[in-house]
Write a protein that binds this ligand. Structure first.
Ligand code: SF4
Length: 473
């Protein structure tokens, strides 16, 4: 296929299932070349479900020799196939960038011929982009499991962020649904990235696990790499992320949260993304095509992830052996509080910061504000709203100057009922036909092509983006 626009259409569409491309906090000023990557995050636009939209998210190729059951690009699926030439994609990215359609590139790929063959072509494209076209924008590159250490290293020197998808939450599921992928092929590159970042002083302490210093940096979008120096070769300064498919296999939420915790601890991941499985296959090993994607479950897992990273919870606390699945009706912090009701109520004026962070309705910012304010005067219940506390939740779990505001009883069933009715929680899933991520071409104006065959106009308004699911490398 020679037409670049046709390739773009196929390969941007094929990439839409990958969710692990949020922004990162890289800060790089324009140095006479083209583009900036700013600390506040390259992805300034977010879809309604919180996903970024201003990267060119694309596969290098969707010609895949693997046959992962959950993937629309698998070898045995009858879809249109295409591959970019390195020059084509480098040029296309620059065309988009110059027109302000994008602020960076998220480059992923299927496995054409072999991991090294594909990765070398991706590397060639990235080199052209960085060195020939002088592109200084953000680049997030997906690493193909099984790629050689040398190629990975070179890609890391050019990219801002790397990711290797863990894909499925257990070795058994991986063996069943993606038999060509090996656990070692996934963990080895993760380990290499972690070791290189550590050697270069870009990773210190517990990564993104609960840690006050890290929390402030993450929230303020400050560069987490103080030790960057002009003389150092930068290797993936925005660190690494990974993605897990949820609902394609039988693992419990407890298993998933425990794996996430281990990924944060072992590999110092910046993020672990979850991707609700949208059925695209008739494989008997997978949920049938009419199954609703588990979007609420995905949402609860993201909330659990937040508790792991910023609130000091452990995986065992979030989902224990008796409760291996997260409550779909309540966020995991409330669920934990109700299971541990004997720890409440907590007096706002004497609780430690760690205790405050465990109270439903109190976030990281409001917890710090409480600690600051009470140095000068006791915090009253009426002050809490101004501080940013969600009092309709917090009131069941706190006392203020000794007084309880949660009603007649501090009983889990009663509190749950009250919270659900106050929040008017409706567990509506989106209609099945909306549970797909739209393609930029679904709503695009007919794109105009310039004389050289590259896009000169396209509607990239993908703000109604609904959902992503499957991993494509
Ligand atoms: S998940 Fe990746 S490797 Fe597996 S079939 Fe899809 S594109 Fe190929």
């Amino acid at each position: 296929m020679d037409n670049v626009y046709e390739k773009l259409k196929i390969l941007a569409d094929s990439a839409k299932y990958d969710v692990s491309c949020s922004t990162s906090g890289v800060d790089r000023k324009n140095t006479g070349k083209r583009g900036n990557a700013v600390a506040a995050g390259i992805c300034h636009s977010w879809s309604s479900d919180g996903r970024c939209v201003s990267l060119l998210k694309i596969l290098f190729t969707n010609k895949c020799v693997y046959d992962c059951q959950y993937c629309v690009n698998r070898r045995t699926e009858d879809v249109q196939r295409a591959s970019f030439e390195p020059e084509e994609l480098a040029k296309l990215t620059m065309e988009f960038y110059r027109r302000n359609y994008i602020e960076g590139l998220f480059l992923s790929s299927a496995v054409e011929i072999s991991p090294d063959y594909t990765a070398e072509r991706m590397l060639k494209c990235l080199k052209l982009l960085r060195f020939d076209y002088g592109f200084s924008g953000y680049i997030h590159t997906k690493i193909i499991p099984g790629v050689s250490q040398e190629i990975l290293h070179e890609i890391g020197l050019i990219s801002d962020r790397l990711s290797v998808n863990i894909e499925l939450p257990s070795k058994e599921s991986l063996g069943l649904l993606a038999p060509q992928k090996k656990v070692d092929g996934i963990f080895s590159p993760m380990k290499q990235i972690t070791e290189t970042l550590t050697e270069r002083g870009f990773l210190r302490g517990p990564g993104t696990m609960f840690n006050n210093e890290v929390m402030v940096k993450e929230q303020g979008s400050v560069i987490p790499y103080k030790s960057r120096s002009k003389n150092k070769e930068l290797f993936a300064p925005a660190g690494q992320t990974t993605q897990m498919i949820i609902g394609a296999s039988a693992e419990t939420d407890r298993q998933i949260v425990k794996i996430s915790q281990s990924l944060y601890q072992r590999f110092k991941m910046k993020r672990v993304y979850f991707s609700a499985y949208i059925p695209v296959s008739d494989s008997p090993l997978l949920p049938n095509r009419f199954t609703q994607p588990p979007l609420t479950r995905e949402h609860r897992l993201y909330q659990a992830d937040w508790l792991l990273r910023f609130y000091g919870f452990t995986a065992d606390e979030i989902a224990d052996e008796k409760n291996p699945f997260l409550d779909l009706e309540l966020d995991p912090k409330i669920s934990w509080a109700l299971r541990n009701i004997e720890k409440f109520p907590i007096e706002i004026n004497t609780a430690s910061l760690e205790e405050l962070l465990r109270i439903p309705g109190i976030g990281t910012i409001s917890a710090r504000r409480i600690v600051r304010q009470r140095k000068f005067a006791a915090v009253r219940f009426d002050d809490l709203k101004k501080i940013g506390v969600v009092t309709k939740r917090a009131k069941f779990f706190i006392t203020c100057i000794g007084r309880y505001y949660g009603g007649r009883d501090i009983a889990p069933d009663y509190i749950k009922k009250e919270i659900l009715s106050a929040d008017n929680i409706k567990m509506n899933l989106l209609p099945a036909d909306k549970n797909v991520q739209i393609s930029m071409f679904d709503i695009a104006n007919p794109a105009l092509e310039s004389k050289n065959g590259y896009l000169i106009q396209s509607n990239l308004d993908i703000g109604n983006n609904i959902n992503n699911n499957i991993t494509t490398f």
